[in-house]
Design a protein around this ligand. Structure first.
Ligand SMILES: [Zn+2]
Length: 101
């Protein structure tokens, strides 16, 4: 499957890795952020994400710090987080089933 949005990754159990070409650093970001993005009215399309994740060294050294967004494996959750996630995903699946009518 090709992933189009942050939510697609979240539902596939993947996070995003933000890779900076300028300084070859990366950060892994929880893809569940899509809900926050939607709340703010921001695009969650993967192609639109680099504009939201700027390298923190961007302004300091005159180098271009363009970032690349790639899917990455989500780290295993702690037991309490698993329970919360199971509840959250379960209730979301239920809502989805309802909205399909
Ligand atoms: Zn950088």
């Amino acid at each position: 499957m090709r992933y189009a949005t942050l939510r697609d990754l979240d539902e596939a159990g993947l996070d995003i890795r933000v890779w900076c070409y300028g300084c070859a650093r990366h950060a892994d970001i929880w893809s569940g952020l899509w809900a926050e993005f939607e709340r703010k009215g921001w695009s969650t399309e993967l192609g639109d994400l680099p504009a939201r994740f700027r390298c923190t060294r961007n302004r300091h050294d005159g180098t271009r710090h363009d970032v690349l967004i790639i899917p990455t494996k989500r780290p295993p959750p702690r037991p309490w987080a698993e329970e919360v996630a199971a509840f959250f995903h379960g209730s979301r699946a239920a809502r989805k089933a309802e909205s399909r009518g």
